[in-house]
Every structure is written in C-alpha cells, then in structure tokens.
Ligand binder design. Structure first.
Ligand SMILES: Cc1cc2nc3c(=O)[nH]c(=O)nc-3n(C[C@H](O)[C@H](O)[C@H](O)COP(=O)(O)O)c2cc1C
Length: 364
C-alpha cells in the first residue's frame, strides 16, 4: 500500500512525499513586469517549510500576452529567471521539490484580477490590456473576442514554451507542468467547443492535440532528460459536445509517448458549465485517465488527510494536489503526518520542531 508520505520518483527526481501544492495564481506582481517578488517567496516558502513534497508555482506566462492578468508572473526574461531562482533555492533548502506551471492564457488572457473592486472581465487596451489569441475568434463569455491564431502565432507559442523551459532549468526548477487545462490556450485547442479550425490544428483529436504535442516536443527537447515533465489537463468540460474523459485518456497516452511523466487531472474552465462539485469531485477522472498507464495526480476538494490517503489506497491516483485548503493551512502535510500516524515522515524545519503535532510538552 502506498502512503501519502512515500516518495515518488519521476525520472531522476525523487519527490519526498505525494502531497503536491497545486498551482495557484496570486496576482501579486504589482509592477506588472512578471517578476515574482516577496509575496511569492513567502507564499511558496511557507508551503515548503510546511512539508509539501512538490510545490507547483502558479500559471506563469511564457510571453507577456500569455498572462492571465497584468499581475501574473512570467518567465520570458532574465530578471524573472533570477527572481524565480531565489525562490526555488529557498524552497529547496527546506526539502521541497519545485515545479513551475508554464502557461499561455489564450482567449482568457488580459483580464482583471478577481479581487479588484469594480473591475472585472477583460482589461481594455487603454488600461494596459492586450489583444488575445485563440484557435478561433470565439470569445469566452464576458471576455473580449480573441483573434484567430495564425501559423506564425502558433510557431511563436511553441518556441516561447521551449525558451521558458530553458529558463526554468536555469532557475533550478526540478519539474515543469504544462498548463493544458481550464480553458487556457493549449486546452482551447483541445476542445471542439473553442477550436473550430479547418487547418491541421483543428478537426479530429489528432488535429486538436497537435499544438499540445508540438509544445511537449519542443519543451522536452530543451528540458533535461533527468527532469520530469507534467501536464495538467481538463478531463471533461461537463458539457455535451465538449472534450471528453475518453479523449483525455487518449491524449494522456500520446503525451506519455512524447516524454510526459505525470498527468495532473483537473476539469472544466473553457465554457460555462454546471460542475457537480463536492469532496473529491474530480478523483474519478484521475482514475479514468490513469488507465493510459502514466502516473496521475488528483485534485479538487481533497481536504482531509484520511480522504487523501484513501484515494491512493483505492488506486485512483499516485499523488494528491491541494489548492484552497493549502491557502488556509500552509502546513497541512505536517498535520496529515500526525493524523495518519506518519509523524516520523513529517519534515519540520529545525526552528519549528517545538511546534510538532501533537503539542504535549510543557513550554517554558
Ligand atoms: C486562488 C486560486 C488560483 C488558482 N490558480 C491556478 C493556476 O494558476 N493554475 C491552475 O492550473 N489552476 C489554478 N487553480 C485551480 C487549483 O489548482 C485547483 O485545481 C482547484 O482549486 C481545485 O482544488 P481545491 O479544491 O483543492 O482548491 C487556482 C485555484 C485557486 C483557488
């Protein structure tokens, strides 16, 4: 039986446990230059000291116009690369493995960050926004209509992912996650609801998955052989006529043949849909995609240590990804170790040892 606290080896990387911090946009690059600063060091650093095995840094634009908001981070220049390296080095010093989610937001780029009062939807050009691209000139509801990507745009996207991968290596990241979920550019190509192209990048599944495979190949070509490559996909759109779990499983199989090592199985985000949310609501998708033969991580309302362990026990996933619960509880893995009788496996920084679960000693 696999424990949440057993290491997971992908290529030359051994992740110390199977608890992943899911990528989460922070919208904290206040200078709108894509450079991660103090917030990112504290946010990711706290989860590193909190015992997460793999920390996946948020959706990071491979080009400026690939950011979701002007305040999202990027990895297209040296200043960003150095800033990420500082964060990676600290998290490594705490024993966490580090991944970065490389992304292009496609038709969902150039939006206001959600927590700004009186501002929502697309940022207009005269307020620092930019023109967006997508497989087809079809808007996401409530956002600006994108321009249909030309062959030149597509080639530029592929080379930008590869360039960012080279920078991720130089910054010391152990793994890359390609963001091919949630209705961002790579998923927009996968979905027949957003991809109406009649050229080689549309049509059947082979056409719709072509961009993702080209990006995978370009990244794999520069990303070191010993470092794993992860891909996050939306395994259903919860909508008739959308991308299906059967297609997701087939794409996972193809990705495996192109050098991908783990599929992070999420869902939705490309169209407005009624998602049947509840504890572990995406676990069955992870289990289905796992049939492709690659390791998978499960995500989505996994909040309780026993629930997380049960997902591994039943063979639905190889790792567990936590998002919102980790915002309120940065040291969730330390509590999980205590609750699952795996306290010896908990990774406390020396300075925090006196805070070990359960707190039973008198303090003077
Ligand atoms: C604040 C916030 C930001 C997010 N940003 C990203 C992101 O950058 N990339 C991504 O793939 N998913 C993102 N997500 C989705 C999460 O990674 C995760 O899949 C989702 O929240 C479900 O997991 P949970 O129930 O544990 O929160 C974000 C979620 C939250 C709450």
């Amino acid at each position: 039986m696999v424990s949440l606290f057993d290491p997971l080896t992908l290529r030359g990387l051994t992740i110390p446990n199977r608890i992943f911090l899911a990528p989460m946009c922070q919208y904290q690059c206040e200078q709108k230059d894509g450079v991660p600063r103090d917030w990112h060091l504290v946010h990711l650093g706290a989860r590193a000291t909190g015992g997460f095995g793999l920390i996946i840094a948020e959706a990071t634009g491979v080009v400026p116009e690939g950011r979701i908001t002007p305040q999202c981070p990027g990895l297209w220049n040296s200043e960003q690369q150095e800033a990420w390296k500082h964060i990676v080095d600290f998290c490594h010093s705490q024993g966490a493995a580090m991944a970065i989610q490389l992304a292009h937001a496609g038709r969902k780029a150039s939006t206001y960050r959600g927590f700004e009062a009186h501002q929502s939807g697309s940022v207009p050009l005269d307020d620092g926004g930019w023109e967006t691209i997508a497989p087809s000139a079809v808007a996401f509801p409530g956002l600006a209509t994108p321009r249909e990507a030309t062959a030149g745009d597509i080639a530029h996207v592929v080379s930008a992912f590869a360039a960012a991968a080279g920078r991720a290596d130089a910054a010391g990241f152990d793994a890359i996650e390609l963001h091919a979920a949630h209705g961002y550019l790579l998923f927009e190509f996968l979905s027949p609801l957003s991809n109406h192209r009649t050229d080689g990048y549309g049509g059947d599944l082979a056409g719709r998955s072509r961009l993702l495979l080209e990006v995978t190949d370009a990244v794999r070509a520069v990303w070191p052989e010993e470092k794993p490559l992860l891909v996050r996909i939306s395994a259903t759109e919860w909508t008739d006529g959308g991308f299906t779990v059967e297609e997701a499983t087939e794409v996972a199989r193809m990705l495996g043949e192109h050098g991908v090592d783990l599929i992070d199985v999420s869902s939705g985000g490309n169209v407005v849909a009624r998602i049947p949310s509840g504890p572990g609501y995406q676990v069955k998708l992870a289990r289905a995609v796992r049939e492709a033969g690659l390791p998978v991580s499960a995500v989505g309302l996994i909040t309780d240590p026993a629930q997380a362990q049960a997902i591994l026990d039943e063979g639905s996933a190889d790792a567990i990804s936590l998002a919102r619960v980790a915002l309120r509880e940065p040291s969730w893995p330390l509590r999980a170790a205590a609750e699952l009788d795996a306290d010896a496996m908990a990774r406390y920084p020396d300075s925090y040892l006196r805070g070990r679960w359960p707190a039973i000693e008198p303090v003077h």
